[in-house]
Design a protein around this ligand. Structure first.
Ligand SMILES: C[S@@+](CC[C@H](N)C(=O)[O-])C[C@H]1O[C@@H](n2cnc3c(N)ncnc32)[C@H](O)[C@@H]1O
Length: 296
């Protein structure tokens, strides 16, 4: 449920900027048409504007997000110098894992999504890495594919304790790294499949993780992440999907977004007792990212 609630504040700011940028570009577009038609009496070169528009909109968005992400992270570092979510209590029930603020860290309705993520990252077999254990849904699904090795990073002490109590420490092919992914990076190898789904982090953290992909993901490997970016707003979700794909493209990865219908998993009762509905869309877009070797 990566960033679903944690990025809300920075997302809203970023989206305001992105929207302003878009409006500005649309205004330019209209101005150009007017000028061409009324002043110079020449046909508009409007075909150029959509090119600018296509180029500048994501660019403006990414830049805005970069700046706002940094500010948001600094704010978080200042306000959570005590450790934030990771030092607070969590509570487990059969269908959800909640933080101390009654926000859902993970929910059982995501099980089919986690199974699809597991299928994607295990498609090449070999060595698999999962960042963020939560309820262990994706890890249970990964185990079904019997990978050669299955590394799990988990940073919350109570989640970690529960993993051990449930026998995850005794599984032959499983290696658990307790700590924040940022801190255990030196202990990681390279993997055929990687899944990323943390909680209480910002979009900027995921972007930082992506910078390590060239080292972490083997050639031909598959990377996927929980795509909960702005999951309560269809328009902004699409903007985020485009931004993340664009950023991964800059690192050399193509991203395929596979649509999965989720409407049927989300009856109103699912959210009972949960402070924030982090997902409100009918379709989930499952990202499947792979390195593109242009030289081939
Ligand atoms: C949304 S849950 C993961 C759910 C999981 N995909 C599943 O199938 O149940 C996110 C998990 O990431 C952990 N987490 C949060 N920040 C982390 C970090 N920086 N490094 C590693 N784990 C982290 C949380 O404690 C939580 O258990």
């Amino acid at each position: 449920m990566l960033l679903s609630s944690a990025t809300t504040k920075s997302s809203v700011n970023f989206l305001k900027l992105a929207l302003l940028g878009t409006l500005f570009l649309l205004l330019l577009y209209l101005l150009e048409i007017l000028l061409c038609r009324m002043v110079t009496k020449t046909p508009s070169t409007f075909f150029l504007i959509p090119m600018w528009y296509q180029f500048l909109t994501p660019f403006t968005g990414v830049q805005a997000e970069l700046i706002l992400g940094t500010i948001a992270r600094k704010e978080k570092e200042n306000s959570h110098s005590d450790g934030g979510y990771l030092v607070d209590r969590v509570s487990f029930s059969e269908d959800k894992l909640m933080d101390a603020d009654s926000k859902a860290v993970m929910m059982a309705w995501e099980k089919p999504l986690m199974e699809s993520h597991a299928k994607a990252v295990c498609s090449g077999g070999g060595h698999v890495l999962n960042v963020g254990f939560g309820m262990g849904l994706v890890d249970m699904a990964i185990q079904q594919y019997n990978p050669v090795s299955h590394t799990i990073i988990e940073a919350h002490p109570e989640v970690y304790d529960r993993m051990l109590r449930n026998g995850w420490g005794e599984k032959e092919n499983v290696k658990i790294l307790f700590g924040r992914w940022q801190d255990v990076l030196p202990q990681l190898g390279s993997y055929d499949g990687i899944f990323f789904d943390t909680y209480g982090e910002y979009y900027e953290d995921m972007r930082e993780f992506h910078q390590h992909l060239p080292k972490l993901l083997k050639p031909g490997g598959i990377y996927s992440f929980f795509n909960g970016l702005c999951g309560d707003n269809a328009f902004f979700h699409v903007v985020y999907c485009n931004i993340v794909s664009l950023e991964l493209e800059n690192l050399g990865y193509t991203t395929q977004l596979i649509p999965l219908p989720v409407k049927d998993c989300l009856a109103e009762e699912v959210w009972e007792g949960v402070k924030q509905k982090y997902w409100q869309l009918d379709t989930y877009y499952l990202p499947v990212c792979q390195y593109t070797d242009d030289s081939e």
